[in-house]
Design a protein around this ligand. Structure first.
Ligand code: COA
Length: 147
């Protein structure tokens, strides 16, 4: 990772930054309350911070056997610097520590960047959910086996 970029637990005061990034990144952005609830419910919520600015984040939820990677985004100017890779590496580390069997996620078939990222880590397409997104796009479910 370049510059003085750190990953730490997400804080409620990060949410205005996160909401801006979310709106720039997604057709159906999460409202701030979803991030707030994830923090309250002790989800895995990490912010990527450069100086006093949040430039990316990850939200995931741990179940008994799996972790659901629910959201990951890096603000446009900071992409292709391995920041998302660092977040996923941390998540995989956490999955190993918690003896989790697999990590799962949904991704749009049109999201070439995200699919390339996940495939690089060994995630494989498990199935397709037709019409999953509001605009009618399908979702691919990708899985990474841990145990
Ligand atoms: C997908 C996303 C999180 C990747 O973040 P990032 O920090 O740029 O990713 P990294 O730098 O760690 O990239 C790791 C690998 O992913 C792949 N990748 C990342 N961006 C890519 C792109 N635009 N095109 C093709 N492959 C890409 C490459 O294999 C890359 O490795 P390389 O740079 O050595 O070629 C980022 O593009 C993003 O925030 N997109 C908008 C939000 C989003 O779509 N989130 C995922 C929802 S499922």
């Amino acid at each position: 990772m370049e510059w003085n970029v750190t990953i730490r637990d997400m804080r409620k005061e990060d949410l205005p930054f996160i909401r801006l990034i979310e709106c720039r990144c997604f057709l159906d952005p999460w409202p701030s309350v979803c991030f707030s609830q994830a923090i309250d419910e002790k989800g895995i919520c990490w912010s990527v911070v450069l100086g006093d600015k949040v430039i990316g984040y990850l939200v995931a939820f741990k179940d008994k056997n799996y972790i659901h990677l629910a959201n990951i985004a890096i603000d446009q100017p900071y992409r292709r610097l391995n920041i998302a890779s660092n977040l996923i590496n941390l998540l995989i580390e956490q999955a190993h520590q918690s003896k989790i069997k697999y990590i799962k996620l949904e991704v749009r078939p049109s999201n070439i960047a995200a699919i390339s990222l996940y495939r690089k880590f060994g995630f494989r397409k498990f199935r397709t959910i037709p019409n999953y997104y509001k605009n009618g796009e399908d979702a691919y479910i990708y899985i990474l086996k841990i145990l």
